[in-house]
Design a protein around this ligand. Structure first.
Ligand code: NIG
Length: 376
């Protein structure tokens, strides 16, 4: 991924070696030139990628929505209405159970090569339960936490969305601000409208927190353009884009995060990845692992769908799921195999990364290091 080392979206080196020390990458180059190291591992011609950076997940939850999925496959439409089912189960769960659930998912993700994970809150939707959600994410050891109090209007505020936004922007955000890195809002018909979303983003700015927007997931709308005008670090989903949305993204700095597993699982059209890249938009790809719209933590699948359904090249998709994810989290320490970065390495049992899409669905991960420690 280091364009100082080689050309192309993935900047690939052949017959290479990488040296890590104390959790960091300290040398990368041709194997023949590698300095001596204390221990050496021959990966037998396999490919080494940066660990996946999963910049959009919803891991703080309890409960099960498999019946909602079965109904959807039988023809029901996804409307995000099940968020409240998960909120009820999450409110009833102990904080320890929430931490256990996140840790189980983190272990599953590591087995698939994911080494840096963001999670959102957003299934508490009361002040105490949002605070507990943040605490659970921090205790479980995720890399970044995003406050998503504005995920849905909870039942007890039905018909009083503005009052709920007051709570989110005031006491709730005050209570979590010092433990989160980002604030997110679901800007969509049936969730929060443009002006309510703007209020959430403005409140985040008052706390000097970077912002994210769930936008254009279920239909065209103002989410993408709102995110660009508010200089959000990313706008996520971007499923239903019009040319004006692509133009806005191309003229701004907001990263378009594609979530192709969700588009597949909710039977939405594929996101216009090719058009975005051709327009010069910076993209990320993430799993959006959550119990409702797509319950998969597989970044390899998300990358394969980026290629097979969104029209990206393998290099563009892999870059979006590593360096793109790092940028969507404002991080310069992950997402790239380069000197000084965290030693997060993902070895796949394949001669080249194109196998991730070519052999879609086949688990290719054969070894994973996170911060220099072998975890798989
Ligand atoms: O990113 N869009 C909103 N939130 C989640 C899914 C929420 C759910 O259905 O539980 C998403 O798809």
């Amino acid at each position: 991924m280091d364009d100082q080392m080689a050309a192309g979206p993935m900047a690939t080196l052949q017959d290479a070696a990488v040296i890590m020390e104390q959790g960091r990458i300290v040398w990368v180059g041709a194997a023949d030139d590698a300095p001596a190291a204390d221990d050496a591992i021959d990966l037998g011609g396999r490919s080494v990628l940066p660990g996946w950076v999963d910049s959009h997940t919803h891991l703080v939850f309890a409960g099960d929505r498999s019946s909602e999925f079965v109904a959807r496959m039988a023809g029901e439409q996804y409307t995000a209405g099940g968020i409240m089912d998960t909120a009820r189960a999450t409110r009833a769960a102990s904080t320890e159970d929430l931490v256990d659930g996140i840790r189980r998912h983190l272990a599953e993700m590591a087995r698939g090569g994911t080494t840096c994970v963001e999670t959102k809150t957003g299934y508490g939707l009361t002040q105490p339960d949002e605070v507990r959600s943040v605490q659970a994410a921090v205790l479980a050891g995720v890399d970044a936490v995003t406050f998503l109090g504005a995920h849905a209007v909870p039942d007890e505020f039905t018909g009083e969305t503005d009052d709920y936004v007051d709570l989110v922007c005031g006491p709730m955000l005050d209570a979590v601000a010092d433990q989160v890195q980002f604030v997110d809002v679901f800007c969509e018909d049936g969730a929060f409208n443009d002006s309510q979303a703007r209020r959430v983003l403005a409140a985040a700015e008052r706390h000097q927190l970077r912002t994210k927007v769930h936008g254009n997931q279920l239909g065209t709308g103002s989410g993408v353009q709102l995110a660009v005008s508010a200089r959000a670090i990313s706008v996520d989903h971007c499923t239903h884009l019009q040319q004006a949305d692509i133009d806005a993204l191309a003229s701004g700095s907001t990263i378009a995060t594609l979530l192709p597993i969700t588009d597949l699982s909710t039977r939405q059209p594929a996101a216009r990845g090719r058009d975005l890249v051709d327009a010069g938009v910076q993209i990320a790809i993430a799993s959006n692992c959550n119990p409702g719209s797509g319950y998969s933590s597989s970044m390899a699948l998300a990358v394969a769908l980026g290629v097979l359904q969104c029209g990206l090249s393998v290099g563009e998709a892999v870059a979006a799921a590593t360096l793109g994810g790092a940028k969507a989290l404002g991080r310069t320490d992950v997402g790239m195999i380069a000197v000084g970065r965290r030693a997060d390495l993902h070895v796949i049992d394949a001669p080249g990364p194109e196998y991730l899409a070519y052999r879609v669905g086949v688990p290719l991960t054969s070894a994973v290091w996170r911060s220099g420690v072998r975890v798989v």
